[in-house]
Design a binder for this molecule. Structure first.
Ligand code: TRP
Length: 462
């Protein structure tokens, strides 16, 4: 088999517009991580202080790493594996790319199960299951029933993967860019409607205070590490998703500016999600540290207790489903671009096979909340299979991938050479010295700290 060692140039698909690219990359970043994971992680970690540290990490670590991935993708015009091979010429670096491809499949396989739950909830809100002010206890039972049902969980995950595949199949400009152009503005409209509803609830102020006024006595190592982990996951960095999206960029794109825009967009959406969730919780006197069930258990009862609540509940799950979809397409695209670039598969074949493999691995995750006793309580691990996947790929693999990427760009490709790429489309690039310092020293040290902490504590920092 011949593997290209130079950038392919003949009629490769490209983002048709800068806005289309920003919307697609922001779509990858904005996902369940912002709307589901961020609020409960902030809630469990004490609110304001976590949020402040999180913002610091997005700016100091997230944006520089995002720039590094996009630059690597654009310069090589190649996939997550090929980019390392083309830039390094020789050595074991492509293995960082293989890790990324595996991580993409791993995250896709459990993420689509949670995405499937949002589809089930959409259905229930449409059917009016929550109407009539049902009590929190039955909402808990409903969540348990949905997630424990093998048929519902497996089928909705499959449905979500089929939806993802139908977009990815149509390529970058005709599929992903087009879908993002419709879905992202729609997502923004829903967010604004929900935000207005939530902040005008009586008693909403306490929720906003919790989110925005830092109490530094709540800070400890675990909080800081979760804030950094959340920043990596939320920006879709550490596994080559942004290398892949960068590979379809035109040379004149201003990468530093685009990275700031994508990260800013992602951050604002996470904060807005927090501004929707916390006022609603505080208005109803519910503690903010309800964990993973926050969005699925607590919010439906709140929304449905208000006038026109069925509509707000429906919008909330539509929002989650759209956010999840623009993320699953980026996860699938990492693997698909690898197969079409490096293995010369047709896009249709790549999508069909990646979708099938992701589905096969999603089944044990779909059975992990009570559907099957083995996957619900993995022997010897004291966790369920979905949590195991999330920890393995979302924590360990992403941190390792992010660390190796920083070392590659900062030291092997060299930060100086990368700056030359960044200067294309960003003449002058005022922060270049700072960026070189961050990508060589600060980013890898911070990510290494996460990894050491994860390994030393054996902790499942989510
Ligand atoms: N960023 C997405 C979220 O916040 C998840 C995601 C999509 C992702 N693609 C990724 C995470 C690539 C890491 C790498 O929900």
């Amino acid at each position: 088999m011949t593997v290209p060692t130079h950038p392919p140039d003949s009629n490769r698909d490209e983002w048709q517009s800068k806005t289309g690219f920003i919307l697609a990359a922001a779509g990858s970043a904005i996902g369940l991580g912002n709307i589901w994971r961020f609020p409960y992680t902030a809630g469990e970690n004490g609110g304001g202080a976590f949020v402040l540290i999180y913002i610091g990490f997005v700016v100091l670590i997230g944006v520089p790493v995002l720039m590094a991935e996009l630059a690597l993708g654009r310069t090589s015009k190649s996939n997550a594996v090929g980019a390392f091979r083309i830039v390094s010429q020789a050595g074991a670096w492509p293995w960082v790319g293989y890790l990324g491809v595996a991580t993409g499949l791993g995250i896709l396989s459990f993420y689509s199960v949670v995405a499937g739950w949002t589809v089930t909830y959409l259905w229930h809100t449409l059917m009016g299951t929550f109407a009539g002010n049902i009590e929190a206890v039955s909402s808990t039972a409903l969540f348990a029933n949905i997630t424990a049902s093998p048929v519902v969980s497996v089928l909705t995950a499959a449905l979500f993967l089929v939806l993802t595949a139908s977009i990815v199949r149509q390529g970058i400009s005709g599929g992903i860019e087009k879908a993002s152009r419709y879905l992202m503005p729609f997502l923004l409209v829903i967010l604004v409607v929900l935000l207005i509803r939530s902040v005008t609830l009586p008693g909403a102020g306490a929720g906003l205070t919790y989110l925005f006024s830092p109490d530094f006595s709540k800070l400890n190592g675990a909080v800081i590490i979760s804030a950094l982990g959340q920043a990596l996951f939320s920006l879709s960095i550490g596994m080559g998703a942004m290398i892949t999206y960068g590979a379809y960029l035109k040379t004149d794109t201003n990468i530093p500016r685009a990275s700031a825009q994508i990260a800013g967009f992602d951050l604002v959406i996470a904060l807005v999600a927090g501004m929707i969730v916390f006022p609603a919780l505080f208005a109803a006197d519910i503690p903010p540290d309800a964990g993973t069930g926050l969005i699925f258990v607590v919010l439906p009862t709140l929304f449905h207790a208000m006038p026109a609540g069925q509509i707000f509940g429906f919008l909330l799950y539509l929002l989650l489903a759209i956010a999840a979809l623009t993320s699953t397409i980026s996860l699938m695209e990492v693997v698909v671009t690898y197969l079409t670039d490096d293995r010369q598969w047709s896009r249709n074949r790549a999508v069909a096979i990646v979708g099938t493999i992701a589905f096969a691995f999603s089944v044990p995750s779909a059975l992990a909340q009570g559907g099957n006793p083995f996957f619900t309580e993995l022997p010897g691990l004291a966790m369920d299979f979905m949590t195991f996947q999330s920890v393995l790929w979302g924590n360990y693999a992403l941190s390792l991938g992010g660390l190796l990427l920083c070392l590659f760009v900062g030291w092997k490709w060299t930060a100086k050479a990368a700056v030359n790429t960044l200067l294309l489309g960003a003449s002058g690039f005022p922060g270049q010295l700072l960026w070189r310092f961050l990508i060589r020293y600060v980013c890898p040290s911070a990510i290494l700290a996460i990894l050491i902490y994860l390994i030393a504590s054996g902790q499942t920092v989510q």
